[in-house]
Design a protein around this ligand. Structure first.
Ligand code: TNX
Length: 551
């Protein structure tokens, strides 16, 4: 998985990372003590070299240095809670964020960094509280010579603040073995809140199955960029990936195939709960998708009774789309849908359940509308909000969210229908295929990926504005953005990472940062500095020629 990093490269990367400037040939070549002095003499990384760009950064005062004596102090926000509930929940979450920070910092620094609830004026301090305008995910980071103070209204804000803290430290902090330091953070204040509430990434585990470990690995990478939603595409023509007790052949048989004829796989309910738990500990919500009424060959192959003609088709391992459909006039179809949605909703603490709805080319328009009108209330019955690919704007219920995946060749009529729904109250998640699709090739030479929406370079995936993207859509209709990664051509974490990095951070920034910070030239410099981090994390990123990587 990823690349192997030798100790020599580790040292180089840590030296390079000690500065925001591109490395000088001398520093880069230095592997001995001579170069260390140069690194020590350098000023800390500027506070604004963060992805996503923070809403406000003010550099001021002297830097803070993490030392062997640094402690991490946790305040549970008791004094800030007007209703008088202080207690377990929040403090436990704050403590969890603090522990995660400590776990991150310990290996590279080699320091103990104890987490303590005893008050004091020094150290790294995490506290719940702070100004109302921080909202549920914002945070404030104050760095002074004596202490680093991180505050937020909710644990999610503290968690995002920790991701910022990570990035204002030298890249070497990502190493899992002891590095030379110094561990300095520039003095000043960052106040930061997200532009959009929904900042997602989708992983297609249906075309190729990704085991729990691979999903966790991606979750960790997403969390670093403040992505708060993981959408899992759990079913498609090529495979069904989640155990459903009332229809066991879906996973047992329908899970046993994937593109290219590999063994496939599926998540048991325990596996799935573990993914949800792991994501939630990193402040990501999982949105499960069962794609319907098209993209259902794996289900139709598992149960003959779901087919209009009562005959199960064979399993499918190709990459064509649009040939399968649930049988809309058949009553049994709705038993199936009800059971699947009920069991999936029970596994889902988050508010959303995705019902697909794309490319239903084997379903008539009339059937499509009939089906969606009948299925959306089932999602509501089990306490969830429906999301559908934007074709669902043919028949959206109140409260249904539409995920736009059109591209520059999407017809005017289709766009107009989406815009009309948005004006009537349908919220949109934007995933334009020629911008946000991580499975599009970067250029003609990209060995992985598809190109039906054209090539999507690193710049192209960053250089658009979700606010003004779709004509006739009011800004308030945009719930956020999502970067989908379809897996027809990828089967491993290394391949996934090659397509996701460096484009994913760009989409994450569009979701988080104020439009006013948008600037390709500044962004590519910040992006370049993520390279050494990814090398230390073993992320197999694509070295896009559009980005001035340190070396
Ligand atoms: C279109 S986008 C699809 C998927 C494919 C993807 C490949 C969408 C909602 N459907 O079925 O995997 O293109 O890029």
């Amino acid at each position: 998985m990823g690349r192997r990093i030798g100790p020599l490269l580790l040292l180089c990367a840590s030296l390079l990372a000690a500065t925001a400037l591109p490395a000088t040939p001398t520093a880069a070549a230095g592997t001995g003590t001579g170069a260390e002095d140069a690194a020590t003499a350098r000023s800390p990384r500027p506070l604004d070299q963060v992805i996503p760009a923070p809403a406000s950064v003010r550099e001021k005062g002297r830097p803070y240095t993490i030392t062997p004596r640094t402690v991490i102090r946790v305040y549970d926000g008791q004094s800030h809670d007007r209703r008088g509930n202080h207690g377990g929940g929040a403090s436990k979450d704050v403590r969890q964020v603090a522990e995660r920070l400590a776990e991150l910092l310990r290996p590279a620094t080699g320091y103990r960094l104890p987490v303590t609830t005893s008050p004091g004026r020094d150290g790294i301090q995490l506290r719940l509280g702070g100004h109302r305008t921080l909202g549920s995910e914002g945070y404030r980071l104050d760095v002074g010579e004596r202490a680093v103070k991180l505050s937020a209204r909710e644990p999610a804000g503290l968690f995002h603040g920790v991701q910022t803290l990570r990035q204002v430290l030298p890249a070497a902090v990502e190493a899992r073995s002891e590095q030379p330091g110094p561990w300095r953070i520039a003095g000043g204040t960052i106040t930061d809140t997200p532009r959009y509430a929904y900042r997602g990434a989708m992983l297609d585990v249906a075309r190729h199955f990704f085991p729990v470990g691979a999903v966790k690995r991606y979750i960790d990478q997403l969390a670093l960029y403040k992505v708060n939603t993981l959408h899992l595409h759990l079913s498609d023509d090529q495979g069904w990936r989640i155990a459903v007790d009332s229809w066991p052949r879906l996973a047992d048989y329908g899970g046993g195939s994937e593109v290219g004829g590999g063994p496939g796989g599926y998540y048991t309910k325990a596996d799935y709960r573990e993914i949800v738990r792991y994501a939630s500990a990193r402040h990501l919500t999982v949105v499960p998708e069962i794609d319907m009424p098209g993209h259902t060959n794996a289900a139709l192959a598992s149960y003959a009774e779901l087919n209009c003609d009562g005959v199960a088709p064979p399993r499918y391992t190709g990459i064509e789309v649009g040939f399968s459909s649930l049988c809309v006039p058949l009553e049994r179809t709705y038993d199936f849908v009800d059971d699947v949605i009920r069991e999936l909703a029970a596994l889902t603490p988050g508010p959303y359940l995705h019902i697909g709805g794309d490319e239903a080319h084997a379903t008539s328009h009339e059937d499509y509308v009939t089906f969606m009108r009948r299925v959306q209330p089932v999602v509501a019955k089990y306490g969830k909000k429906a999301i559908g690919w934007h074709q669902i704007t043919a028949a959206p219920d109140r409260g249904t969210v539409a995920q736009y995946w059109g591209y520059d060749q999407t017809g005017a009529e289709e766009r107009a229908r989406v815009a009309e729904a948005a004006r009537r109250g349908t919220k949109l998640v934007l995933s334009p295929a020629d911008r946000a699709y991580l499975d599009m090739k970067y250029d003609k030479d990209t060995p992985l990926g598809l190109s039906w929406a054209g090539y999507v370079s690193t710049r192209r995936s960053y250089d658009w504005d979700p606010g003004g993207y779709l004509e006739g859509v009011p800004e308030r209709a945009v719930l956020g953005v999502e970067a989908p990664l379809w897996s027809e051509t990828i089967a491993t974490s290394a391949q996934l990472e090659y397509l996701a990095f460096p484009r994913l951070p760009g989409v994450a920034e569009l979701g988080w940062s104020p439009a006013a910070t948008h600037d390709w030239d500044g962004y590519r410099e910040r992006l370049a500095q993520q390279g050494p981090r990814w090398e230390l994390m073993g992320v197999n990123y694509y070295r896009s020629p559009q980005v001035p990587w340190p070396r």
